[in-house]
Design a protein. Sequence first.
Length: 303
Amino acid sequence: MVSFADRFKSLKEQALQAVDTFKEDEKVQNAWAQARQKLDVASKKVDELAASEFLTNALEKGEKAVVEARQQFKQSMAESREQIKQSMAEAQQSYRNSVDKSCLVKAEQDIENHRYTKGISLLENSIQPDSVVYEEAQGKIAHYQQLYAERQAFIESQKHLFPVEIEDRLVAGVEINDILHIVLETKRTESIYTPIQTTYADGVFIILCFNVHNDGKKARSVSLSMMNLIDSEGREFNSSSDAQLALLTKGDQTAEMLMSEIQPGVTKTVTVVFDISKSSTDLKLRIPCGLFGGFAYLPFELL
């Protein structure tokens, strides 16, 4: 499409050509001089109009470009938000998968330490149905529940033993004449340090700390000196008076000597130390059941 300015320029050139044919005619030349002044003014206005038309077109193109840029920006922002959202979802899922897998490992460790209730509860409460390890977790829960029931049944099948949970651990306690013995902690050490001196074991010290509860109606006496450790070879190890004295010297009041009396309904914490051979395995704690009642045996594997 030809612009107004281009048409005016064409007409001006035609007029110049026409005047040139009458260059010998003075009247024509005078008329042309006057017309030329007006034509120059008109040309200036035409140039201004052309500039205005150019600016108008430029503004229209600019506005169109701005609109297109805004649309592209919005589209780009929408795509970026979607990518960020997807990346965050993938990162969250990856983190959750990692956490769930670590729960499986932690639960396995709990089960190895006989913390069945804790391990099963961890899997039941932490791993949701949409987890990638949900099916595996459900299988493990069923397996752990079976292990728990088997250990509990085994303890109950042993004479004088009963199942009890201590710090989430399913262990065996011993009941003798209304006295409940529950081992809280087992330690192995080759020496006991005191400010006065260090007492060394001939082999290795086994330190047992346990609660003793009187479930009867009369006061009962618990004799630490009558307890023994028995190993896989049938060797019997008595409590170590030197080690007991060392514990008392360093302020451990649970290491009472010889006899400890417990009132009805009272729980008392006591500690007994044995000095055994370093080669001893499969240890059992032997507790007397009175003068003529024989003995109760508590295998360390049930502690």
